[in-house]
Design a protein. Structure first.
Lengths: 379, 197, 220
């Protein structure tokens, strides 16, 4: 049987972003793959060398646009390491709440895009409808539906509005019942199970060796989450558990495990948010003015040459790291070098190798289950 | 009848169609029915075209998420006839929703050239209008209109889904005005910007 | 969750960092490899291990880290260009690693850690390896592509953007810039400036709309 290369080119409804996947097929079986990235390489690392430390935050929102709040927080921790800034506790609680709400919105976007890949078009409408609930909450905090520019070096920009706590509790409790609706629809659907189980095995040791992290690795039974291993913020004071799945095969985690781990993560995020809003210092119904010392502590704006900052953060798709070197622009107002580590940049070549041996029709299932987001990949 | 290069000695239907077509065309021209029909058909096609703008399923960056949100139950672009098609050959509108990098520049031009006339281009978001926050980048073009003629600009970073739906409304008004003029003859048109009045 | 005992504590972290420091010093002291325990200034102010090594010892150190110390995860590779730096530090490559507690994963199991009970080599730890290079036109570092899989594409990206060559790296190609970029074009080097880098006027009327911004003429 003749073999040929098929280009699933940059414009493709399934690839969830702009990248090329070239597959070599022998009939219907995938024999080899090649991934090509870089179609939206914006040179963010170079641009940020001419920006102040505060001006870099909007760029980090736009790295992974589906989970903007987590990326902005990730950069802010690195800048706080560099500039040696302290953060008040209420601000840490608010950052935790905003990051977990963003994680919920991001996983819903993933599910809403994954469902149509498998053929379940209803999921798109249901998930986007529920995602709007969380976007409204994040809009109350940050001012915009998608790019918030919300955390600041030394705290957050503004406090939670009055009444936000009640709205959030109501919506999160409603959403917890909605997760059960999703599971009812999907776990009892033969098509869903047949298309996801037994497809796309990825071994835990190989994934860690290759640099994959986050829910993809937790689906293989490996309990590693930056939130407990290298703790930051107030995750050690809030009631939660890492969401880890038991893989059913010695070959590793299949697409079904990766789907289940994200559903479980959504439940844990709901739990975290409900607990954090009760424990927040200062009360959940008080609103402090912008710049109040409960939510913001003024940080130095310059970093000398030789100072470095590093942050390790659990973004929705894996462990993201920022490495900032101070001393740019002569007087130290800009970063000399800002380096961004994107979990998806490493995962996508790994996923391309995972697809070998399966059928062409399994490609959307495998690709979608790893949750690619090209904005962070291409920086 | 076999001297057109085909080597079957059967009835050559192509020559018959040409002959009948030529006669009918002359008849219609003389009685001015052709002019009447073409005006009517033009109006009809214009109505059908602007009420069913098939958009290419192209998602470059963040504005693609707002484009997806505009297609979902809360904002619902489908009630305006906006449907997403996967193939450029089947779409009318190229909605550019992100920055165009040097690597993607000739691919987006190829997508534009593959779309059949009448076709329209909407630049959504700052990155597509002028390069956006990345206007200083070494890899990003300063706006998609450096390579493709754009009809409607939708500012915002990202523009809300309501702004995108408004942009489609502006495009519909433009289509009423210019009809099916091919994109190469539209360069003298003033650009339409959402929120400009 | 602090009452459930499932976060790595400060004392565990300090103990692990000091153990690693002792191990590195006992193996590599006196050979130009300098290790120290630094502390973050952010989050919970945890400790991490920073190692500075000259390029010729890098592969030996890498193998020892991977197989003897159990550092199994390479996260990022950063290259920096210091054109005005000292002669011995014109370029610097920074590798960041994590040690993740991964044990043999049996099917149908998942590892349940009580983080406070982790000890020895299982405690997660961050590592930073800095390799300063001479200030010349041909910065070269031996590759560790065969030791960590995560270093593969990270090294490709560092070569693509910064221009540092990785000796022994198989199948090097440009991953982010277009494939037909000019030979020797590595944008993150300091002699390349971004567009409009010395302009104060951000609006140039590039589209030809003939409109002026509302704050035109004001000194910014």
């Amino acid at each position: 049987m003749a073999q040929m290369w098929i280009t699933m080119g940059p414009q493709h409804p399934m690839t969830h972003g702009l990248w090329t996947l070239r597959v070599k097929v022998d009939g219907e079986t995938v024999v080899d793959t090649e991934a090509e990235l870089g179609y939206i390489h914006r040179g963010v690392e170079k641009i940020c060398e001419s920006r102040d430390f505060t001006q870099v935050t909007p760029y980090c929102d736009r790295l992974c646009y589906v989970s903007a709040m987590t990326w902005a927080n990730s950069y802010i921790y690195a800048a706080e390491d560099l500039l040696e800034a302290d953060v008040p506790e209420r601000a840490e609680y608010i950052r935790l709440i905003s990051a977990e709400l963003q994680r919920l919105a991001s996983h819903l976007m993933w599910l809403g895009a994954f469902g149509p890949d498998i053929g379940n078009l209803t999921l798109m409408t249901w998930c986007m409808r529920d995602r709007e609930m969380f976007l409204d909450l994040l809009q109350e905090l940050g001012g915009s539906r998608m790019h918030y520019n919300y955390p600041r070096i030394g705290g957050v920009k503004r406090d939670i509005p009055v009444g936000f706590a009640d709205r959030m509790i109501a919506k999160v409790k409603l959403f917890e019942r909605r997760i059960e609706e999703y599971e009812m629809m999907l776990d009892e659907s033969t098509i869903w199970l047949v298309r996801l189980q037994g497809v796309g095995y990825a071994n835990a040791e190989e994934m860690v060796e290759a640099g994959v992290s986050g829910p993809n690795v937790r689906a293989a039974g490996v309990n590693y989450d930056v939130r407990w291993a290298h703790p930051y913020s107030v995750y050690d004071e809030v009631d939660w558990e890492p969401a880890v799945e038991k893989p059913t095969s010695v070959k590793g985690a299949d697409c079904y495990d990766r789907y289940r781990v994200r559903m479980e993560e959504m439940r844990q995020s709901c739990r975290m948010v409900l607990d954090a809003i009760e424990k927040i210092p200062g009360g959940k119904n008080t609103n402090y003015a912008n710049g109040d010392e409960m939510i913001y502590q003024k940080a130095p704006t310059r970093a000398p040459e030789g100072a470095t900052g590093f942050s390790n953060y659990e973004c929705t798709r894996g462990a993201s790291q920022f490495y900032v070197k101070g001393g740019g622009d002569g007087r130290g107002k800009n970063p000399y070098r800002l380096s961004i580590r994107s979990p998806m940049f490493i995962t996508i070549p790994f996923v391309a190798k995972t697809m070998i041996g399966y059928k062409v029709a399994d490609i959307p299932a495998i690709m979608g289950s790893f949750d690619p987001c090209i904005g962070e990949t291409d920086r | 009848m076999a001297d057109t290069g085909e080597n079957f000695a059967a009835f050559n239907s192509r020559a018959l169609v040409e002959m009948v077509g030529g006669v009918t065309d002359e008849a219609l021209k003389v009685t001015k029915i052709k002019q009447f029909l073409s005006v009517l058909a033009g109006r009809f096609f214009n109505w059908a075209g602007r009420k069913s703008l098939f958009t290419l399923h192209l998602g470059i960056k963040c504005c693609a998420i707002e484009m997806a949100a505009a297609a979902t139950p809360r904002f619902d672009g489908d009630r305006f006839g906006v449907l997403f098609r996967s193939s450029p050959r089947q779409s009318d509108v190229l909605l550019v929703n992100g920055p165009v990098s040097k690597k993607f520049a000739d691919k987006i031009v190829r997508l534009w050239e593959q779309m059949p006339e009448p076709k329209y281009c909407i630049a959504m978001g700052e990155c597509a209008i002028s390069g956006g926050p990345y206007f200083q980048s070494y890899n990003i073009l300063e706006g998609v209109d450096t390579v493709i003629p754009v009809d409607v600009y939708i500012p915002g970073c990202p523009p809300r889904p309501e702004a995108l739906i408004d942009g489609f409304g502006l495009l519909r008004e433009k289509i009423i005005r210019i009809g099916g003029a091919p994109s190469s003859e539209r360069e003298s048109e003033k650009p339409l910007i959402v929120g400009d009045e | 969750m602090s009452n459930l005992g499932t976060t790595v504590t400060l004392s565990q972290n300090e103990a692990a960092a000091n153990d690693c420091l002792a191990a590195i010093n006992s193996r590599f002291s006196g050979s130009g490899v300098v290790a120290s325990v630094e502390r973050h200034s952010n989050a919970k102010k945890y400790a991490f291990v920073r190692i500075t090594t000259p390029p010729q010892h890098w592969q030996a150190l890498a193998k020892w880290l991977r197989f003897d110390l159990g550092v199994n995860y390479c996260s990022m590779v950063t290259g920096t260009h210091f054109p005005e730096g000292p002669q011995e530090r014109g370029w610097e490559v920074a590798y960041h690693f994590l040690r993740q507690p991964i044990t043999d994963q049996l099917p149908n199991t998942h590892t349940v850690y009580v983080a406070e009970k982790l000890d020895g080599r299982l405690i997660p730890m961050e590592f930073e390896v800095l390799i300063p290079l001479e200030n010349n036109d041909t910065p070269t570092v031996p590759t560790v592509q065969h030791i960590w899989g995560g270093a593969d594409w990270n090294e490709k990206e560092t070569w693509d953007l910064v221009g540092i060559k990785f000796e022994g790296h198989k199948n090097m190609f440009r991953v982010l810039n277009p494939h037909d970029s000019p030979e020797g074009f590595h944008p993150l080097q300091k002699q390349h400036k971004i567009r409009y880098h010395d302009h104060n006027e951000m609006y140039d009327d590039a589209q030809g709309f003939g409109r002026k911004p509302a704050d035109e003429g004001r000194i910014k």
